[in-house]
Write a protein that binds this ligand. Structure first.
Ligand code: C5P
Length: 399
């Protein structure tokens, strides 16, 4: 345990005091922290308080001869398992996103070959500013893992996203990253198909039928599978989410396009159908915009869409070894899930009750229905559902 070591970069924000608590929580969990305190960070917490908690020297100056002799900044960036930036200020994020290296913290972030985790903390307007959002998305694409920011009251009297995640949550994320490393990448060499989001079924060039699926659960599953080493092809309907890191993302609109993109992704070892595919589409999509006329509203004749989950389950020789479906129900969840399992021919159904705020929300409470029985999972974040499901898929595919 004692050889677990992180490098903690403490930026300049009022939330810096929470990082002191983070160091203590980590120590209790058997993770040692070595700290870099930025110049601005030192305005909020003193090197003495940080050093007392890390029981180590606190690094602050890029051009310190003694520091470089003891431990050069390159070595500092590599001696830890993980680099954690908390609080990650708008300034630190901007530097990291653009590869600017003009002090010890930013130089270390550029020189490291270790995973980086950031816990942003800033005023809500700074967080929502297009420049910060641009940097955030760029860092996500670079593989930086984010914890928070949380919504809530800020020291400046405003309210909204920008509060640093609680030290307990950051500590839990750090411990999770150690767990993931312990698991390793059991899905290396496996191909997995994931469908996500709604489908959009055109009525004419400007109108369509669709639903409120956000794609969050499917994207989280794709990302979790990729983290375990799988080659993931994510086929998504229109959603407002960025391509997950390390995932082959194919964007489609209609159910028929989604089916074609899935079939083009075969053979696959597993398929996870999370998409909320529209059950019906207009029988015909008008070539020109349907005009308002004297006859009143035009009738909309609907026809059934292909069932992608059923098609993959019955793909003969090309059938993925494991096919997982989702069932969103508002009542009699278990009974409906069981009949769906039989009807669609898939191996597992992940069933949830969507009578609350699951659609579009960040949390989910699911049960896994298999021919062998039902397993209930507690209420958890969609990302946690994704992580656990990915681990179960790895076990089922055998590693
Ligand atoms: O029949 P129902 O829509 O409730 O089934 C839900 C499951 O089936 C989900 O896994 C969904 O992704 C999948 N499905 C599909 N194609 C459809 C309808 C549903 O893949 N046309």
């Amino acid at each position: 345990m004692t050889d677990r070591r992180i490098l903690l970069v403490i930026g300049g924000g009022i939330a810096a005091y929470k990082s002191l608590l983070l160091i203590r929580l980590l120590a209790k969990a058997g993770v040692r922290a070595r700290a870099i305190l930025t110049k601005a960070g030192a305005e909020f917490v003193t090197p003495l308080s940080v050093g007392s908690l890390t029981e180590d020297k606190v690094y602050a100056d890029l051009f310190s001869l003694t520091d470089e002799a003891e431990m050069g900044h390159i070595e500092l960036s590599r001696s830890a398992d993980l680099v954690v930036v908390a609080p990650a200020t708008a300034d630190l994020m901007a530097k990291a996103a653009n590869g600017i290296a003009n002090d010890l913290a930013s130089t270390t972030l550029l020189a490291t070959d270790k995973p980086v985790m950031m816990a942003p903390a800033m005023n809500v307007r700074m967080w929502l500013h297009p420049a910060t959002q641009r940097n955030y998305h760029r860092l996500l694409a670079d593989g930086v893992h984010f914890v928070g920011p949380d919504d809530g009251a800020m020291a400046c009297g405003e309210f909204g996203p920008g509060r640093m995640a609680e030290p307990e949550d950051i500590c839990a994320e750090i411990l999770k990253s150690y767990d993931a490393r312990a698991i390793g990448q059991p899905l290396t060499g496996r191909r997995v198909l994931v469908t996500a989001g709604p489908t959009l079924e055109a009525l004419d060039p400007v109108r369509f039928i669709s639903n409120r699926s956000s794609g969050k659960q499917g994207f989280a599953i794709a990302e979790a599978l990729a983290r375990l080493g799988a080659h993931v092809r994510l086929v998504s309907g229109p959603v407002a989410l960025a391509d997950p890191f390390g995932v082959e993302t194919v964007r489609v609109e209609s159910a028929r396009e989604m089916l074609a993109a899935c079939e083009a992704g075969l053979p696959a070892d597993a398929a996870v159908c999370v998409a909320a595919v529209a059950d019906w589409r207009p029988e015909a999509s008008a070539v020109r915009k349907i005009k308002k006329g004297a006859d009143g509203p035009p009738p909309i004749a609907l026809t059934e869409n292909p069932d992608i989950l059923a098609a993959l389950s019955k793909a003969g020789k090309k059938r993925p070894r494991l096919v997982v479906g989702f069932a969103a129900e508002t009542n009699d969840v278990e009974a409906h899930a069981k009949s769906k399992l039989a009807r669609k021919g898939c191996d597992w159904i992940v069933a949830n009750d969507v009578s609350g705020d699951v659609m579009g929300g960040d949390a989910n409470e699911v049960m896994i229905v298999r021919a062998s029985g039902v397993e209930r999972w507690p209420h958890m974040a969609k990302s946690a559902v994704a992580g656990r499901l990915a681990a179960e898929i790895a076990t089922a595919l055998g590693h």
